[in-house]
Design a protein. Sequence first.
Length: 154
Amino acid sequence: MNRLKTDEKLEAPVKKERDMDTQMILGCSGFATIAFFVYFLAVWPFLVWLEIHRLIVFAGDFAAGFGVAAVCGAIVCRKVGLAGAAGFMGGVFTASIFLYLRIEQAFVGAVARQVPEPEYPRTLQFVAPLATILFSLLICLVFVKEESKGTERP
């Protein structure tokens, strides 16, 4: 609504409040944008350095991707709040599925004798994505502001 142009003098400028539609659109589009961004940050090293059957390459890809995504997630959780945390977790879930399938591809390639046997145990296929998800949940719990969680202090 537009303000009426009256002769009334206000003591302080009137603060404009966002309407519900604007907040919903910003929250939903922010959630999706953050999810895609976190997914890209976590996955790109695995698409650049392909020899993940070697432990040093896998560890480097994991640190470069998920490490940067975790820092980004902490910042987003603090700045944006619950919508940012949900977007961060959405990106982490999809990136963890990618990680699971990428490790599976390394083991299938080894069975087909197209690549050498991976230097790490097969249990890493389940442990790495699960640990990533749990660590990301911890980041959300630590960095989301109290007022975004919906709890009030007495």
